[in-house]
Design a protein around this ligand. Structure first.
Ligand code: GLU
Length: 442
């Protein structure tokens, strides 16, 4: 292991924001690139927001994205060390000790019950690994409250104490913290400690250029989990928010990103969030994954939507998924595409009924059903021959049979390839469904 130690230090807010997830990812990438250590620290000193649910959301989001941390239990029983993830709420004694130290050295003082740190009134230049040299005046900076009247320590103090105590070598975080950095450097100096190197990542903006907030569409990692996105695709997209392999490729294997990732090449301008691109990347990952690889996700999405029963027929499910997969790009669309395969009382799209179930349409459906009831082979190629033969015998286009057949067996006017669909449904189901549709004629 190299000596690099980085951390992700989220405050539990109730969601894992896309900006936070990207900060976690860039820290993780840097740790994996350098062979260093990735620490997770929960900044939960704000008691009002500090709920177990809010913390669980951070854990589950990071685990979903495959961003494993190196110290402490993983939340699933496995352990990779005896330290961390760290919770600031459990470290109050440590912070008190540091406040005490500043007080005893005259670097802090009591003021109306609170403790204030004497901030240096001298200019300082932050040498940031991404933003470059940033100058701060500081001559007018007021002294900094580091401990409130109620005894609780303030963010700036706990953040610095932990970065120091945890031996972190690099602080990679959002640019919204750049203006805090002079304060943090002053505290490091007061503690007589070497500060870490700072790397502030530019913000993520909405397509219209405004700063992305937690209410904006696509802002929460939980949304992607719920909608059936592939974690590798979301992670791939997050890599591109500020980093790129410099050759216009957008679908990149994470192993290659780890190999190439470094801090100085992170883009200095703000990144624009583009949901369409994320959707496209997800489609690329979805298409190149095999049915077997996607099966666990598909089953989860379908069961959550009550489409797939708990005791589903594995072979039938597999056959259905196989023909539907090429038609979609997002696992979240599976329920809509697959529900009628698993229930017999599906409804019929009214617009399609008007158009397709005309007297001639019903007539053709009846003829087709009659013919298929006598066919022995029910594979897609034989079915195609039957349809074509019937069309030729009745001097009609094959579509005159395809459209009523599709509507009859699925209730819809779009879906997977019809011949394949009938093969998967099988002869018995197909005939029963066509019979049910013919009832509509009366
Ligand atoms: N808890 C802070 C936040 O979520 C972290 C600040 C830092 O990374 O130093 O913004």
């Amino acid at each position: 292991m190299s000596s690099v130690r980085v951390r992700f230090a989220p405050s539990p807010t109730g969601l894992l924001h896309i900006g936070g997830a990207r900060t976690a990812l860039f820290n993780w990438l840097y740790a994996r690139h350098t062979g260093g250590t990735f620490v997770l620290r929960i900044e939960d000193t704000d008691a009002a927001r500090n709920t177990p649910e809010a913390v669980a959301i951070i854990f589950s989001g990071l685990k979903w994205l495959g961003l494993d941390w190196d110290e402490g239990p993983m939340g699933d029983g496995t352990s990779v060390g005896d330290k961390g993830p760290y919770f600031q709420s459990q470290r109050k004694d440590i912070y008190a000790r540091y406040v005490e130290k500043l007080l005893s050295e005259g670097k802090a003082y009591e003021h109306e019950g609170a403790i204030k740190f004497r901030t240096p009134k001298t200019p300082i230049t932050v040498d940031d690994l991404i933003c470059g040299q940033i100058h701060f005046d500081r001559t007018m900076d007021p002294d900094l409250v580091i401990q409130r009247k109620d005894g609780s320590p303030v963010f700036h103090l706990v953040n610095v104490v932990d970065d120091l105590e945890m031996g972190l070598t690099h602080v990679i975080r959002g640019e919204d913290h750049l203006s805090n950095t002079p304060k943090h450097l002053a505290l490091f100096e007061a503690f007589g400690a070497q500060p870490p190197r700072y790397a502030h990542i530019p913000l993520i903006l909405n397509p219209n250029g405004s700063k992305m907030s937690k209410r904006d569409e696509g802002a929460s990692i939980g949304d992607y989990m719920a909608k059936g996105y592939l974690p590798a695709a979301v992670r791939n997209y997050l890599c591109l928010l500020g980093w790129s392999p410099k050759d216009n490729r957008e679908v990149i294997d994470i192993k290659e990103v780890i190999e190439k990732f470094d801090l100085p090449q992170i883009n200095r301008s703000n990144a624009r969030f583009d949901l369409n691109k994320l959707f496209w990347i997800n489609g690329e990952y979805f298409s190149k994954s095999t049915v077997e690889e996607l099966e666990p996700l598909a089953v989860e999405v379908l069961q959550r939507a009550n489409v797939l029963p708990a005791d589903y027929d594995k072979a039938y499910f597999h056959a259905v998924f196989n023909i539907v997969k090429e038609k979609i790009k997002l696992a979240g669309d599976l329920p809509e595409w697959m529900d009628y395969f698993f229930k017999d009382d599906y409804g019929f799209d009214p617009a399609a009924v008007n158009k397709v179930f005309t007297p001639a349409g019903f007539d053709n459906l009846a003829k087709l059903r009659d013919r298929l009831s006598r066919s022995t082979a029910f594979d897609w190629a034989s079915l195609e021959k039957e349809f074509k033969a019937l069309a030729a015998e009745t001097s009609q286009k094959v579509g005159a049979f395809i459209h009523p057949a599709r509507l009859a067996v699925s209730g819809k006017s779009v879906g997977p390839s019809l011949y394949h669909m009938l093969e998967v449904l099988g002869k018995e189901r197909t005939l029963t469904r066509m019979g049910r549709a013919l009832e509509l004629k009366k």
